[in-house]
Design a protein around this ligand. Structure first.
Ligand SMILES: C[S@@+](CC[C@H](N)C(=O)[O-])C[C@H]1O[C@@H](n2cnc3c(N)ncnc32)[C@H](O)[C@@H]1O
Length: 283
């Protein structure tokens, strides 16, 4: 057994769990109710190893001390759940492409680039999936232009997204045809790593953005926003606020994509459901 692991001890007390949970919900909107105590403890232990503290209570005190500012950011980073995949919930991408094809046939998007926002992009699989599909769409519509903004609160996954390097076991959902076109295999065959080609990467601007406290007014108007599998962690009030803000960042007729287990709740204002968990701005 790892020696350092043995030394890191002390269970997360109810009081410390509540302190951490209140801070995380306040800053990132992520709820950490009592039943997530084990998960919180496991994630805190990762940080304790990095900063070299052995007792959880000492670590929590350090986080909330006047010298803990940097550690508070690192704590948010480590608390986030970043599960994602290429072509996750593929019906959404089919919907987006059919929608854009219909619009292109009607003569739309001739003079400006379509703008898409992947608003909790994790390690990049979602925006790269969209970019590969839109690059394919360009083959039939050479005048079609697009730009993708991809943001997340977690700088660790955002750096991975910018790097665009994925292990072989991550690229399974990408068809052989698209892999050949848009992924480059690392020279060292043993490493089994793939990098998304620059022709795809160059369409995406990555940045940090906190959906709870971010300045939405600075966000441009988007033709589609993907905000999937993040609001499940938020309380009803935050979810409603974020949806209102996202709607304000959509062009009229723009599309909002949520995760398959998410709904807009009572937040129907200005939105019409057009497919399961896909909404259109209608005002
Ligand atoms: C489960 S992943 C979903 C990734 C991708 N959208 C998908 O559906 O595959 C959730 C992401 O939301 C991010 N996140 C959590 N709270 C956030 C917040 N307040 N603002 C922005 N991103 C947040 C996490 O860092 C994480 O990468």
């Amino acid at each position: 057994m790892n020696v350092i692991h043995e030394k890191i001890s002390g269970e997360l007390t109810d009081r410390d769990h509540k302190r951490v949970a209140a801070f995380v919900e306040d800053v990132a909107g992520i709820q950490l109710p009592g039943y997530k105590r084990q998960l919180v403890e496991t994630r805190l232990r990762k940080r304790m190893r990095v900063v070299g503290l052995e007792k959880i209570s000492n670590y929590v005190d350090y986080v909330f001390s006047e010298h803990g500012e940097q550690e508070r950011s690192a704590l948010i980073d480590v608390i986030t759940t970043n599960k994602t995949d290429f072509f996750r919930e593929p019906a959404h991408f089919d919907f987006l492409i059919s929608h854009l094809e219909r619009q292109l046939r009607l003569g739309a998007h001739q003079n400006y680039a379509v703008k898409i926002w992947s608003a909790a992009c994790s390690s990049g699989e979602e925006p790269y999936t969209i970019a590969m599909l839109l690059a394919e769409l360009q083959l039939g519509w050479p005048e079609f232009r697009f730009r993708i903004t991809a943001t997340d609160i977690c700088s660790t996954v955002l750096n991975q997204a910018k790097n665009a390097v994925y292990r072989q076991d991550r690229i399974g959902p990408i068809s052989e045809r698209l892999r050949k076109k848009y992924l480059l295999r690392s020279k060292d065959e043993l490493k089994k790593l793939f990098r998304v080609d620059n022709s795809i990467r160059s369409n995406i601007d990555f940045g940090l953005f906190n959906l709870i406290s971010g300045e939405y007014a600075e966000q441009k108007k988007y033709d589609a926003i993907f905000c999937r599998n993040v609001m499940i962690y938020f309380n009803d009030q935050d979810r409603a606020k974020v949806i209102r803000n996202l709607v304000s960042c959509l062009v009229p007729g723009g599309l909002l994509f949520l995760g398959h287990s998410e709904t807009i709740g009572n937040q129907r204002e200005g939105l019409r459901a057009v497919s399961p968990t896909v909404y259109k701005r209608v005002d």
